[in-house]
Write a protein that binds this ligand. Structure first.
Ligand code: AMP
Ligand code: GLY
Length: 422
């Protein structure tokens, strides 16, 4: 079967890698891809938002399955465009991708169906938001309703900060139209866990857990980023936590979407916080996490195409997922200055030492220039290593992170530090 993967980051590289291990993958295309993906897939110069061009390509090249990695095209309705043309595609339709596309929608869904999450109120009028804040307990969390590259969430410790936040999100529209509507949420504390799952509309199958590190600096300081590193599994995701989430969160979400006439097919990513009152949903995403995919997919034993086709066909109830009994750690190598401003175009050296079995170099922001591979983004590479346990995986990942070099190379030094507290 011929496969088209849509996207250009480290997550899409991990998806292409998993597909390349399938005996049924005859040829892989990636649009638009990057310099690392080009080693295992043919990169096609079509952007992820050009739905008609992508569908034309899939038709002309006899693509058997298109896999969408990114949130923007899913929320924008790429799946509907492909389905209308009779093309097979893995991912939620527009009416289901709203689970990620609107925080107000997802909060209302959780409230209606009794799925545990932080208490909240939704506002479209900044004056009403300000009036509410004057009565609210601090800290509070302000969230722009729409997609904002993971950056539309502000944690405000004081009323003054919260008032500033309303201005930033609703009045100055720092996150564009994503800030037309804003959610104000109760601040929760606890450990965060990312749980990815495959869903076929009715059945859900849970993947191995992971934890991300969202802040730019060591010790969780500095600005929020797309994610500076991950590990899998999370030692805090215990059998008790798993049982609770299965009883109250996972199937309940899938059933709620179906009951709303928004049958969800694809990946649901549950961003969970393990609070004193039990696990609660921080957010949903309608796709694999980046860089969660870079630690979860290398550990999955199933043929990814079998699982994805079962999601499309509604036969996931006949599948069992299985994961290697080991651990993986991913350390992101970023460009100095990320996530604010950074330079691009620096040559990357040392890319040839990865065996793609226990050490992987997933490209996030790279490009070819004069026959060389150069930096082309804030997050440049995701260095993943597998080990017998988390400590071994972490040691190997940091060792492998040292193999690669480019000007301005920056990484967090404490990815997986939580492992020591488990
Ligand atoms: P989100 O995009 O909704 O996952 O939010 C981004 C990050 O903000 C999360 O990973 C948390 O670290 C933090 N966050 C979001 N909501 C809350 C909340 N209600 N209480 C505390 N922290 C939160
Ligand atoms: N790593 C968090 C995300 O993909 O949203």
């Amino acid at each position: 079967m011929k496969i088209l993967v849509v996207g250009s980051g480290g997550r899409e590289h991990a998806i292409c890698m998993a597909v390349s291990k399938s005996s049924r993958a005859e040829k892989i295309y990636c649009a638009p891809g990057n310099a690392g993906i080009a080693a295992i897939a043919e990169c096609v110069a079509i952007s992820a938002m050009e739905f008609d061009k992508l569908a034309d390509f899939a038709e002309e090249h006899g693509i058997g399955l298109t896999i969408v990695g990114m949130d923007d095209p899913l929320v924008g309705g790429i799946v509907d465009v492909f389905e209308a043309r009779g093309l097979r595609i893995f991912g939620p339709r527009k009416n289901a991708a709203i689970l990620e596309g609107s925080k107000a929608f997802s909060k209302d869904l959780m409230k209606k169906y009794g799925i545990p999450t932080a208490a909240y109120e939704t506002f479209t009028d900044p004056q009403e938001a300000l009036a509410y804040l004057r009565t609210a307990k601090m800290p509070v969390v302000l969230k722009a309703d729409g997609l904002a590259l993971g950056k539309g969430v502000l944690i405000c410790r004081t009323l003054a900060e919260a008032e500033d936040g309303v201005k930033t999100i609703m009045q100055d529209r720092k996150f564009g139209d994503a800030g037309k509507t804003m959610v104000i949420e109760e601040f929760m504390t606890g450990r965060e866990v990312s749980v990815l799952s495959f869903v076929d509309g009715r059945t859900i199958r849970i993947m191995s857990s992971a934890q991300d590190h969202k802040r730019a600096g060591d010790g969780d300081t500095g600005l929020n980023t797309g994610g500076m590193g991950t590990f899998s599994p999370s030692p805090f995701y215990t059998p008790e936590v798993d049982a609770y989430c299965r009883a109250h969160i996972y199937q309940a979400t899938v059933d709620a979407m179906a009951a709303e006439g928004r049958e969800f097919k694809g990946v649901i990513f549950f961003g969970l916080m393990l609070t004193e009152d039990g696990p609660k949903v921080l957010e949903y995403n309608a796709r694999f996490g980046d860089p969660e995919a870079q630690v979860v997919l290398p550990r999955m034993k199933n043929d990814i195409l079998d699982v994805m086709e079962a999601c499309v066909d509604g036969t996931l109830d006949q599948m069992t997922l299985s994961f290697e009994d080991n651990a993986a750690v991913c350390v992101v190598l970023a460009s100095a200055g990320y996530p604010v401003s950074y330079e691009k175009g620096f040559e990357i050296r040392g890319l040839d030492r990865f065996d793609q079995e226990s050490t992987f170099c997933f490209h996030a922001g790279t490009a070819f220039k004069d026959g060389r591979i150069v930096t082309n983004g804030g997050r440049v590479l995701g260095i993943t290593a597998k080990g017998g346990d988390l400590k071994e995986a972490r040691k190997k990942a940091y060792e492998a992170a040292g193999w690669v070099d480019f000007e301005g190379k920056y990484m967090r030094r404490d990815i997986g530090r939580a492992i020591d507290e488990a």
